[in-house]
Design a protein around this ligand. Structure first.
Ligand SMILES: [Cu+2]
Length: 193
């Protein structure tokens, strides 16, 4: 009984008062008849913001082949439109265009994936390894990411505690459950990278 009360207290503590880190905002100007800069590369969790600068209206609209769909609709000078490229969107690339000027206004957003970063699954907050401990700070990081809009794990695979699917596998509540079981309930060690 005592153990489960302590466990509950830890979880409640984790849901409150964890500081957050803001992701980067990448700005792209939309003029007559261009996007600038083009071929922007972002990190997972970053925002791309299109600032429309011309009186003539344009759009930022994902191509049919883009793994993520968005459409700003027609926007004129002074308007802006944001898209967040999240872990669940995968690595892309994400081609897009301006609907009325699709033949001349084209661009692509790239999302960089951390390459072969995995030291130990469950070591969610640490890319400095090997030997970094799997501890409560990893649990805190994962809760913050999943429920509080916190930063993505520095190595996605390490946040993917219960999976051997590798980069692109989802980080979800089952990973949190696996980590809680390991840390507090004598559950299995997180799977190998
Ligand atoms: Cu246009």
């Amino acid at each position: 009984m005592k153990r489960s009360i302590m466990y509950t207290a830890v979880i409640i503590a984790l849901f409150t008062g964890v500081p957050q880190v803001n992701a980067t905002i990448h700005t792209i100007s939309v003029g007559n008849f261009f996007f600038s800069p083009t071929k922007t590369t972002v990190q997972q969790g970053d925002t791309v913001r299109w600032n429309f600068t011309s009186v003539t209206q344009h759009t930022s609209t994902s191509d049919a082949s883009s793994p993520k769909a968005w459409d700003s609709g027609l926007m004129g000078s002074g308007s802006s439109f944001d898209v967040i490229f999240d872990v669940s969107d995968g690595p892309g690339p994400f081609p897009y265009h301006c609907t009325p000027h699709f033949s001349i206004m084209k661009d692509t957003i790239f999302v960089s994936m951390p390459p072969s970063c995995c030291v130990a699954r469950g070591n969610v907050d640490d890319v400095v390894g090997p030997g970094g401990p799997i501890d409560v700070s990893d649990l805190t990081y994962l809760v913050n990411f999943l429920f509080k809009g916190g930063p993505i794990p520095p190595c996605e695979e390490q946040g993917n505690v219960d999976s051997v699917i590798g980069p692109g596998g989802p980080i979800d509540v089952s990973d949190l459950t696996y980590l809680v079981n390991f840390l507090f309930k004598g559950g299995s060690v997180p799977l190998s990278c």
